[in-house]
Design a protein. Structure first.
Lengths: 574, 249
């Protein structure tokens, strides 16, 4: 077991491990090239469930033959008993909408503390299907909804009803039966605050673990429901789905711009996630022993990643080109691995010189797979107290130097250049949906969200430079009395300066900014795969593909569902 | 109605952003109100009194340092609400205390001074002790003090109704004492004429927080609607063009 002191000693001081530098890691394009890893939240959640053998059983199963009705699962975890409550309602195909502005869904769900009696279930029934238009109380800590994959659901039900298995090739094209379109937690709509979740329910005390759990349960329910409908449709010919095919079903996810402001508004938390991932890599660079077993495992993982990537199907040309490049990168890495790797630094350096960013970051994820003993324990250090504190004593001259050192990327940007401040981020009056506007063509810039950190740093630096010239001996506190409008950015600069990695390095106001990178970065920390961009502003992806099923809990578990592959088709699929 | 702390914070941020508070300041204001309410010190009641005036501050001059030496400063807040200026005064006291051991900052012409408690708490958490004292009221004068020890997470708070006559000089003033060397505690003396005195210990403040964490925040429907109504000022009108900016097809 590691400790906070040991982690700190590995990050800072004369015994620090060789971490990758901030200007490399926090570059937005690289963040957007990240992949899932064994530190991703889905992986850590599944490890916890499997290791602790959570007991998850349906306590109520009121579905009609068409799969509509109410299901309640009771979840017995080591520190508490919870209920996963799900409402399945008919939704006309023309009403199905993945956008946040939708008002009806196929499934709506809630994760609740304790057992749910009839009275409370009725209260939930009155509110959960309404989502944003309803209210819940602080027993509830996740609220979510999902829509059927029109392409897959009926096909799978019909196959099972006819006694056949779904064609694996079809699942490779769309690896899920449902897409979740929002997963709310952290006190929204009257739910328990994160402070309550973290302090009262230790089973879900890691960031986003409750949200990930709801998606995990949704995935299991989707398979159960498909089988239930098929069984009722044709009880004589029905055949259940083979477990290995079931495991290849994940849950779909559509993520749009709503996730982007989160990364900018929670810089300390994001820094913490990055620090743990980078610390894991640095541990491997120095401590990761390479023997024959590791060499073989490396080859196996590169081959698996290559097959996985080749099985990704996307209509997006940009992503397709990226995937093709990753396949080339992996082929080159495989060649090196077969020749024998003597030290990780050489391989990493080679990848940085020869591979695409996505290829480089995939290698990082593969290396993390090789050493669970060096990586897994860092999962307990992915939370952060999010205080952006001012350092009032810091001399203004030092503050100026901090900006020059830590925000050189921002000072090097030309905000007067064409397009440099053309984009503004705002909230629409339609459900407060985050949107992007073009400042030259649309109104609303005066109401923009403060996401242009780089530009704010630039303005702060210019005013600070003038102030330092006049008052070289003043403290930051004194500067703040004189320039209170800069309080927010100064506090941020000083706080992020205390971190190893600091802020994401990008001009989010630039005409050519790709919000996709922000979305993908956060989704990689969550652990999704199969990125399928639908525009530069939203992306479909797959969660929990390859993960164990509920019925696998209590059985052997090798924690090896990284880059899952399509199973070999053994049963009848036609 | 019952709302979560996060909902209150988010709505307050929108409310203050729409009222002309600048980046960094609207978060502070939201956190100051939430902190009082969360810890059982009637932050929403204080907000209700402040709400009609919050949009006026953007037309007022910024705080100015009237006097300063190594151990003290006098700041004129020019009639602003503590919600948008008191944190800077506390920071100045903090910086001076770190330099010289103990420091005093007096703030004049500052409204809603109860909101200082969140700023005091931040000092305690960051390892410095701080105390504040102020009087309030033009007819009946009340007096208030709060303090936190270095390293603590919760302050104590005292208030009482006095028989003091309102003094023009003292109106809207507040005194901050901050020390990196001495642990400061404060409670009101048993002055003759003081009524309705109450002392809330740091332990009680902590206990109040646990209740809010478990149960969320109770808020008057009309106040909640008003906070949200003001907050709508930051929302941009919907249009077909705008819908494209959400990425939909």
């Amino acid at each position: 077991m590691t400790t906070p002191a040991a982690i700190n000693a590995s990050l800072r001081g004369d015994n620090a491990l060789p971490l990758r530098p901030a200007n490399q890691v926090m570059d937005l394009e690289r963040l957007g090239a990240m992949h899932q890893s064994r530190l991703s939240f889905m992986r850590t959640l599944v490890r916890k469930i499997m290791r602790e053998r959570w007991q998850i059983e349906p306590a109520r199963f009121d579905l009609d033959p068409d799969g509509y009705g109410t299901v309640v699962y009771e979840v017995k975890a080591p520190d508490g008993l919870f209920s996963f409550v799900l409402f399945s309602d008919y939704l006309a195909p023309d009403e199905r909408n993945d956008r946040v502005i939708a008002t009806k869904w196929d499934l709506t769900m809630a994760l609740v503390d304790g057992q749910v009696d009839d009275v409370y279930l009725e209260k939930l029934r009155q509110n959960v299907p309404k989502q944003e238009a309803g209210r819940v109380d602080s027993r509830v800590f996740v609220l979510s909804r999902a829509n059927r994959s029109a392409r897959n659901f009926d096909y799978v039900v019909n196959q099972l009803a006819n006694g056949a298995q779904p064609d694996v090739q079809k699942i490779a094209e769309v690896g899920y039966l449902y897409r979740t379109t929002a997963v709310y937690g952290s006190g929204k709509l009257g739910m328990a605050d994160w402070e309550k979740v973290q302090s009262r329910w230790p089973d879900f005390a890691r960031p986003f673990s409750a949200e990930m759990f709801v998606c995990f349960m949704l995935r299991n329910f989707s398979l159960l429901q498909a089988e239930h409908i098929a069984r009722n449709k044709a009880p004589d010919s029905f055949n259940p789905m083979q477990p290995e095919i079931k495991r290849y079903f994940g849950i779909g996810n559509s993520t749009g711009l709503g996730m982007a402001p989160y990364l900018i508004n929670h810089p300390l938390l994001i820094n913490q996630w990055v620090e743990m991932r980078e610390l894991a890599l640095a541990r491997i660079r120095v401590l990761g022993n390479i023997d024959h077993r590791v060499q073989l495992h490396l080859i196996e993982l590169i081959e698996r990643s290559s097959t996985h990537t080749s099985q990704i199907i996307t209509e997006d040309d940009w992503q397709t080109a990226n995937n093709q490049q990753v396949l080339k990168d992996l082929a080159a890495l495989l060649e090196l691995a077969r020749e024998g790797v003597e030290d990780w630094n050489s391989l990493i350096n080679w990848s940085e010189a020869n591979c695409s960013l996505q290829g480089q970051e995939l290698l990082v994820s593969i290396l993390l797979e090789l050493y669970p003993e060096l990586v897994n324990e860092l999962e307990d250090y992915c939370a952060a107290e999010e205080f952006l504190d001012l350092d009032p004593l810091m001399p203004v001259q030092q503050l100026k130097e901090v900006i020059e050192q830590r925000y050189d990327w921002a000072l090097n940007l030309d905000f007067g250049a064409d397009g440099a401040r053309e984009i503004f981020w705002y909230r629409s009056e339609e459900k407060m949906e985050p949107r992007l506007g073009n400042a030259t063509e649309e109104d609303g810039k005066d109401k923009q969200m403060a996401l242009g950190v780089g530009y704010a740093v630039r303005k702060c630096y210019d005013q600070l430079s003038e102030y330092v010239a006049q008052h070289p001996d003043h403290s930051t506190a004194r500067f703040m009395v004189a320039r209170p409008k800069l309080r927010g950015i100064v506090r941020r600069i000083q706080s992020m300066n205390r971190c190893i990695y600091g802020d994401i390095q990008a001009n989010l106001l630039h005409r050519d900014v790709l919000p996709m990178h922000l979305l993908r970065s956060k989704l990689a920390f969550f652990g999704v795969s199969k990125f399928d961009p639908r525009s530069r502003l939203w992306v479909r992806n797959t969660m929990f593909q390859g993960a164990p099923l509920l019925e696998d809990i209590g059985k052997t578990f090798n924690d090896d569902w990284f880059m899952p592959l399509a199973p070999q088709q053994t049963g009848e699929s036609k | 109605m019952n709302i979560s702390m996060n909902e209150l914070k988010a709505a307050l941020r929108r409310c203050f952003e729409a009222s002309g508070y600048f980046v960094g300041n609207y978060e502070d204001a939201a956190n100051m109100i939430l902190w009082l309410e969360k810890h059982g010190l009637n932050g929403l009641g204080e907000l209700q009194r402040a709400l009609p005036y919050i949009a006026e501050d953007c037309d007022k001059p910024l705080s100015t340092v009237v006097y300063e030496d190594s151990t003290s400063a006098i700041i004129d807040s020019n009639g602003r609400s503590a919600l948008n200026c008191i944190a800077a005064s506390v920071d100045l006291a903090h910086a001076k205390a770190l330099e010289v051991g103990i420091a005093t900052v007096t703030v004049h012409n500052c409204h809603n001074r109860m909101f200082i408690l969140k700023a005091l708490t931040d000092c305690g958490r960051r390892g410095i002790s701080i105390a504040a004292y102020w009087q309030n009221g033009s007819q009946t004068v009340t007096e208030h003090t709060a303090a936190i020890k270095a390293g603590d997470r919760y302050p104590s708070y005292s208030e009482a109704t006095t028989t003091l006559a309102a003094s023009e000089d003292d109106k809207q003033a507040l005194t901050i004492i901050c020390s990196s060397r001495v642990d400061l505690t404060s409670s009101l003396q048993r002055s003759s004429g003081n009524r309705n005195a109450r002392y809330i210990s740091a332990a009680q403040v902590a206990e109040n927080k646990e209740h809010s964490v478990d149960n969320g925040i109770e808020i008057d429907d009309a106040l909640w609607a008003e906070i949200n109504r003001i907050g709508e000022g930051i929302l941009v009108e919907n249009s077909d063009r705008s819908r494209q900016g959400a990425g939909g097809r």
